[in-house]
Write a protein that binds this ligand. Structure first.
Ligand code: SF4
Length: 366
């Protein structure tokens, strides 16, 4: 039976890297829905600017991306009555589904079953609202932005929300990121605790210093073109930075970026497939890691199931490293890259010759 057309308020759909929390660095398609049940003064999400699309169209647009991980964000995605239908459709397409919520409204059970990863970001400014019985009480991760004195709020949220991970994120205050305050708070919250410890998470997608300065992965990978629904498909350098990818590609990334833009459609597609392959392994490894974390984490526990999980997790990690290395090799072997490397080698040689000359001139020894 065909379902009635459901209007979904969509702000944008784009492919990028998860910028914060446990899945930082994970490639994913982001579906940002419009509207929110809060009105945080610092909100930088244009959740009021959306187009209303039919469910079929949203599914079609998401399915057009090769990447199998989907993160539904907002605004507040859980206030959308049409989300249930979308979750069902995306599951049929075998998508790994993450949902990001402010946690005021828990997803109904049938929705929750289809969500692979629920990330809750409660807002301390609205602390009083989080006493409501309808709030999220179980999630995969809780993230709180350290904006002012949020210690009591963090403790309350840790008690009220059962999660596998708890993260604190520093925020930008008048141009300064309050990392030191955040680390001090981590110390206070974790003192004497053996479980439910808070960890540090940077909102890497907001680190403008990387975007404007040295090396932003967003600019390195033109395959992460952002698609803005209001204006049709607009190519923009993707806007996320990722510590993991940064470590892997490093300085050579800048050169890769310049040259990837010269790739043909076929090469671009191939590169996308390699990235998707890597993402699949990362997701499988993350899932298993989650299962392991939930299992009794006692090394003495050697039940065959847990041993098998540990082994498979290790295999996936190894496999992921191999794919990662392979991807790097393939990228570096692209003709455009080879040309660039030759040029780089030439420049290095010239610099060496110059510095030898400088040495001769400045060396005081006869
Ligand atoms: S909950 Fe998030 S999307 Fe909603 S107003 Fe606050 S910051 Fe913006």
């Amino acid at each position: 039976m065909k379902r009635d057309a459901v209007g979904i308020q969509v702000v944008e759909i784009f492919e990028s890297l998860q910028g914060e929390g446990y899945n930082t660095g994970m490639p994913a398609v982001f579906l940002r829905l419009g509207g929110c049940n809060l009105a945080c003064p610092w909100c930088d999400t244009a959740h009021d600017s959306f187009v209303t699309l039919e469910e079929d169209e949203v599914v079609e647009r998401v399915a057009a991306f090769a990447c199998k991980a989907l993160i539904i964000t907002g605004g507040e995605p859980l206030i959308h009555a049409g989300l249930g239908g979308l979750l069902e459709r995306f599951k049929l397409l075998s998508r790994w589904i993450g949902v990001e919520t402010n946690g005021l409204v828990a997803p109904p059970e049938p929705w929750r079953r289809r969500i692979d990863y629920l990330a809750v970001s409660p807002k301390a400014l609205y602390a009083a609202l989080y006493d409501d019985e309808r709030m999220v009480r179980q999630a995969d991760e809780v993230r709180i932005v350290v904006d002012g004195d949020v210690q009591a709020f963090c403790e309350n949220m840790r008690d009220r929300i059962e999660a596998a991970h708890y993260f604190l994120s520093p925020c930008d205050r008048a141009g300064e990121i309050n990392v030191a305050d955040t680390v001090r708070l981590l110390g206070r919250l974790n003192r004497g605790r053996r479980s439910k410890k808070w960890l540090l998470s940077f909102q890497t997608h907001k680190l403008g210093v990387f975007a404007d300065g040295m090396c932003c992965i967003n600019r390195l990978f033109p395959i992460y073109w952002r698609r803005t629904l209001n204006k049709g498909v607009i190519m923009r350098a993707a806007y996320w930075t990722c510590v993991m990818a940064g470590c892997l590609i490093g300085a050579a990334g800048l050169l890769v970026a310049q040259d990837l833009s010269k790739l043909t459609e076929a090469q671009r597609k191939q590169l996308n497939d390699w990235m998707a392959e890597r993402a699949e392994r990362m997701i499988a490894a993350h899932r298993l890691e989650g299962e392991l974390n939930r299992a009794p984490n006692d090394p003495a526990n050697t039940s065959p199931e847990i041993e098998a999980l540990r082994k498979r997790y290790q295999e996936l990690q190894n496999e992921m490293s191999r794919v990662q290395a392979d991807l790097h090799k393939k990228v570096m072997a692209l003709p455009a890259m080879q040309e660039k490397r030759a040029k780089l080698e030439q420049e290095r040689q010239q610099i060496k010759e110059l510095s030898d000359k400088v040495k001769v001139v400045t060396d005081p020894t006869p």
